[in-house]
Structures are given as structure tokens and as C-alpha cells.
Design a protein around this ligand. Structure first.
Ligand SMILES: [Zn+2]
Length: 309
């Protein structure tokens, strides 16, 4: 299985348009040791024929153009992208669907709750179903297994299992709507299995790490994990106010309750942080936070990385 990291930043990207934090400022003035990043986006493929997107970032159009394997190959209108798997309804994970509205057939896999939010409450997504045989929505169970299949049917599918990671829906979803949804449908983690039996775990947003999650992750060969914030009070420290990482649904990287410590016992997977916020000091490759992450056996994911399983 080939895994392409098309984007590795959290919402807003790096630099973020309205941010003048130390990272964004020094990246703009050319003194930053590290790379800019687009918003988190991953594509996976088993056979170089059918590609599957894990979520759909607001930067999707430029990410596809930057990735040759995702370009059209035959006919006038065509794409190797056969399906999109949504792990949540966050704007950063679904806005890119609107960049795929040019009457191309593909499948969208998501929980029925996320489908209802997008299809019933947000009429703009009706542009994905302007004509028959455009987008096909497939409901998945929040604790189920299925085979990702391209539309139109071609190439090898990819066996996936998903599991619930949280019960918080995005702020744009009304309280009345949330009351009618299954809480466990809100946020999923993904485990995809390659034809060689190797496992890829994809978790760009993780509110809590418990023993059952640790057990799952220990079965993975490759892990892309929530690296949004270095510390719980990062945004408050940078902005002077705001929410903590935990309040925003992200376990921080550092600290007693952070992912470095919580996942320290994982011996099997290659461990890569993804969905890194522009304020996170571990983006600075000359800093102590980056050194600490590397010393702990983790990597900080970057746009353009290609991984094989
Ligand atoms: Zn910034």
C-alpha cells in the first residue's frame, strides 16, 4: 500500500493567513528552520489504479495538482480518485469535497450521522449530486469493517476498520441536530490493511488515549497521529485567550497526559505526527521540542512524504 501525505498541518495551515505567531512570522521572513505545510490530507492506494482520500481538506485542489499520481490519465474527464473516507464532519476534513464537484463519480464513506449533517443541513453539498451517477454516499458503522471501493469500480479495494474516538460534533452543527445523532459517530480512527497484511493507523484527531486504543495502535505498522498542539495551553499562551487543546478535542504532545508519554510503550509502529498546528514549537527543527520528539522515536510529518507498507 502506498500512503501519500499531501498535507500535514492542522486547520489554517502553516503559515495561517491571519497568524503572526513566532512560527508563522519567522517562516514568512525566511528565518524559520522547517517547512510550510498545507492542511492535513492523506491519500492511499493498493495498486496505483484506484486512489482513496482520507478526508477532504480545504487545500485539496492544490494538493492534487502537487501529486502526479492523482492527475487524470485517460479521457477528457477522469480521476484516479475513486472514494473519500470521512473521519469527522470538521470543516478541515470535509470542505475539500466542494472542490470535487465537477460531476466526477466517486464514493463517500462516512457514518450516517456525518452524512445527515452534510446532506440534510448543508445544501451546498447537494452540488455533489446534481446529476445521477455522480457521488455515491455509503454509510459505515462507527465500529465496523468494510472494503474501500472505487467508483467507477476499478483496481484493488482496501480493507479498513474504523473505531470511535470521540463524541463531539463540530460547532457548526446545531444542538437540535446533535440531539438526534449517535454520539459515537462524531469522530473515527481508521485502520487500513495492505495486501501484505501490514496495518496503517490514521488518527489526525484524538481527544483521549485509553487502554483499548493503545492495544489497537500496537497492532499497527505505521501510525499517523494527532500532533496538533505541543502543550494543553498552547493557544492561550500564544493568543492570550482561547481554548485548551483538550477542550478542542486534541491530546497535547508533551506533558504527563501527552501523547509522547502515553504512547511511549508502542514498540511496533513507525510513529509520525500529523495535523500539526502552526503554533506548535515542534515544527521548528532547531528547537528543543523537535529534538525531544525525534529522541522519543517520533517523526514530524511533512507534505510530500510517500510511505510504503
Ligand atoms: Zn501561527
Amino acid at each position: 500500500m502506498r500512503i501519500e501525505i499531501l498535507g500535514s498541518a492542522a486547520g489554517g495551515g502553516f503559515p495561517q493567513w491571519n497568524c503572526n505567531c513566532r512560527n508563522c512570522r519567522s517562516l514568512r521572513d525566511g528565518t524559520f528552520r522547517g517547512n510550510p505545510r498545507t492542511q492535513t490530507q492523506v491519500a492511499i492506494c493498493q495498486d496505483n489504479r484506484a486512489w482513496f482520500l482520507l478526508n477532504a481538506s480545504p487545500d485539496l485542489r492544490t494538493q492534487i495538482e502537487a501529486t502526479q499520481v492523482l492527475h487524470p490519465r485517460h479521457h477528457v474527464r477522469n480521476s484516479p480518485i475513486g472514494a473519500v473516507l470521512l473521519t469527522s464532519g470538521d470543516i478541515d476534513q470535509v470542505a475539500g469535497l466542494l472542490s470535487l464537484r465537477e460531476l466526477q463519480p466517486f464514493r463517500i464513506y462516512c457514518t450516517s450521522s456525518i452524512r445527515r449533517i452534510l446532506q440534510e443541513d448543508n445544501s451546498v453539498f447537494a452540488m455533489l449530486n446534481r446529476v445521477p451517477d455522480q457521488v455515491s454516499w455509503t454509510d459505515i458503522d462507527c465500529d465496523g469493517s468494510f472494503c474501500l471501493q472505487a467508483l467507477p469500480e476499478r483496481g484493488a479495494g482496501i480493507n479498513c476498520s474504523v473505531f470511535s474516538l470521540g463524541n463531539r460534533y463540530p460547532a457548526y452543527v446545531s444542538r437540535e441536530r446533535v440531539a438526534g445523532l449517535k454520539p459515537e459517530d462524531a469522530l473515527l480512527g481508521v485502520m487500513a490493511t495492505s495486501s501484505s497484511g501490514k496495518r496503517f493507523a490514521y488518527l489526525p484527531a484524538v481527544p483521549v488515549v485509553d487502554d483499548s486504543l493503545l492495544q489497537r495502535l500496537d497492532e499497527a505498522d505505521l501510525l499517523l497521529f494527532d500532533g496538533t498542539f505541543w502543550s494543553d495551553d498552547e493557544l492561550i499562551r500564544v493568543q492570550g485567550s482561547g481554548s485548551t487543546a483538550q477542550e478542542m478535542g486534541h491530546i497535547p504532545v508533551s506533558g504527563a497526559e501527552g501523547s509522547l508519554r502515553k504512547l511511549a510503550g508502542l514498540r511496533k509502529p513507525r510513529k509520525i505526527f500529523i495535523h500539526v498546528n502552526n503554533t506548535n514549537p515542534m515544527l521548528d527543527e532547531s528547537g528543543p521540542e523537535y529534538a525531544e520528539v525525534r529522541a522519543a522515536g517520533w517523526e514530524v510529518g511533512e507534505d510530500g512524504w510517500s510511505l510504503d507498507l
